[in-house]
Ligand binder design. Structure first.
Ligand SMILES: O=C1C[C@@](O)(C(=O)O)C[C@@H](O)[C@@H]1O
Length: 254
């Protein structure tokens, strides 16, 4: 299994890594949030740029990225613009979405970018190439806020992401019942043990999905999102609580 190294963090080795989202709407809010979030010692911070009021002002966003980079020191920074189609907070045309990602890569201020797998294939491939040339890792992602696809479909999406060149394939689903949760866990286990040659990230959202956020080391998800000041998806628990459970599971794993 290939381990993905982001600064000093090794994703795919040992305890699942804890990523804390930043949900600030302004630069000032982001700066305050970073100060709070750093106290939880995250392995990585995710800037959820779709929440930022000025995200469509592409010239300003570079300044915000630079400020975050400075405030975070050595903590790895993941840039995510979650589109409204996939449960995000803002609508952007696909062209603007990719222009934003391209601009962010050019700043050199982020370590990882999230790219939505179901966006235009050619554009996704081009942005992966650009990220690679700039030594930035790519998470290809997919979110289903309504349901949990069949296991075969989850596996085929994760494999498709891997084939397209994602450093880390990621899927988040919404379970409607316990069977759905089992489906996600089983797909995670199969993908990580049989098909994946790199780390993957999966989660079932909502209250029913909680165990999937805690037991990544058992089923094969290499990272998990925990809230700092504000959760970015249903079912996320506080990063401190998450860390306690992750380290306890790690301690007793064979
Ligand atoms: O893709 C994900 C996972 C997530 O949706 C979750 O369920 O924790 C939270 C998002 O901020 C992140 O981009």
């Amino acid at each position: 299994m290939k381990v993905v190294k982001v600064r000093d963090v090794l994703i795919g080795e040992g305890t699942p890594k804890v990523i804390i989202p930043l949900m600030g709407r302004t630069d000032k809010q982001l700066a305050e949030e970073v100060a709070v979030v750093k106290e939880s010692e995250p392995d990585m911070v995710e800037w959820r740029a779709d929440v930022h009021e000025r995200v469509d002002c592409l010239d300003e966003i570079s300044g915000t990225a630079a400020q975050l980079r400075k405030d975070l020191g050595e903590i790895p920074l993941l840039f995510t613009f979650r589109t409204d189609k996939e449960g995000g907070n803002r609508e952007l045309s696909e062209d603007t979405y990719f222009r934003l990602l391209s601009k962010i890569i050019d700043t050199g201020m982020v370590d990882v970018i999230d790219v939505e797998y179901f966006a235009d294939k050619l554009k996704v491939e081009t942005i992966i190439q650009q990220a690679r040339e700039n030594d930035i890792r790519v998470i290809l992602s997919n979110h289903d806020f309504d349901k949990t696809p069949e296991m075969g479909e989850i596996l085929s999406r994760l494999q498709g992401m891997q084939e397209m060149g994602a450093d880390i394939p990621k899927i988040a689903v919404m379970p409607r019942d316990m069977e759905d949760l089992f489906t996600l866990l089983q797909a995670t286990s199969k993908m990580s043990r049989i098909y994946a040659d790199r780390p993957i990230i999966t989660m079932a959202m909502g209250k029913l999905g909680l165990i999937s956020r805690l037991a990544g080391e058992v089923f094969g998800s290499a990272a998990t999102f925990g809230s700092g000041k504000e959760a970015s998806a249903p079912g996320q628990i506080a990063a401190e609580d998450l860390k306690l459970v992750l380290s306890t599971i790690h301690k007793y794993q064979i």
